[in-house]
Design a protein around this ligand. Sequence first.
Ligand code: GSH
Ligand code: NAG
Length: 292
Amino acid sequence: MSKVWRTSIDGFSKLLRRRRHQPAVLYVFGLSVWSAVPELAVEELEYPQGAVEKKVINLVEGENFTPEFLQINPKATLPALQADGQAFTDTESVTHWLVKNAPKKVATGTPFIARLHEDKYDPNFPLLLVRNEDELKAAADGFPKLFVQNRQNALEKHSKTEKAVPYKQFYDDKIAGNGGILAIYNGEASPDEFYKQSEAHWKTISGFILNDLPTILPESGFLGGTSPGEDDFHLGAWLARLVHVLGGKNDTEGYKALEKETKQPIPPKVVAYWAAWTERPSWKRVYADGLH
Ligand SMILES: N[C@@H](CCC(=O)N[C@@H](CS)C(=O)NCC(=O)O)C(=O)O
Ligand SMILES: *[C@@H]1O[C@H](CO)[C@@H](O)[C@H](O)[C@H]1NC(C)=O
């Protein structure tokens, strides 16, 4: 074979190799509940070092509201994933891609995932909700107000830039929605409706833990069998957030914090499920700095 041919064939196969090994880019943030879902998946699924590159988008600083990030995910949420020349912009599709393309095969997801992602079980709302004057004061003096204020500042700032023009509707809606909570924290809007929504939210979540999870969970192990499957990545992260909000820790006893809201003992299947997760190396790595 001529030298010229050899060189161009070598060059071409190198190019193919590079394409194949191009890392998937996973956008996450350390305090984000839904980011923990693909993070648990990456740990469990035995991806080789460097196959999934993580990029941090600081939600507390409102970095998700830059026009640059909106170009990647027009919903401005985490997690997001760029892989195979495509963008995946919600937890379910991001995690599904990771499960489908992983070296280790695990049980694929069921309709349980969509159910857990229904608004009525939103694990983010408990960070911000308030049910009475005391909780309102605590939120207004603490992290919730700081978070909501930072978001508002970021939205106002980025929405005024030239690159923001195509996202005007997004910014207008977010500024109104986030601004509504800020106004309650600042005492500029009546909290009554918010109190009611907040009350209902914890009731729904408590009911799900006490009544629904025991009908869904196995006696031991995971929804996916002896090791976690796709459903479990979602449920593990969801539970971790609720335990965290109620002051529980990343250890076997953490689940007890849920009783502050359920006002009843946590069902044995939920206790066993929590224990199954907390002993896994993946869990210890994702929650090394505490639950979130
Ligand atoms: N249903 C969406 C929810 C994602 C979501 O709310 N992510 C949070 C972090 S856990 C977020 O990015 N929030 C930023 C925002 O809403 O501004 C999904 O599953 O992808
Ligand atoms: C739990 O989080 C603490 C930090 O809050 C850390 O020191 C500890 O190693 C973590 N434990 C586990 C099991 O991840």
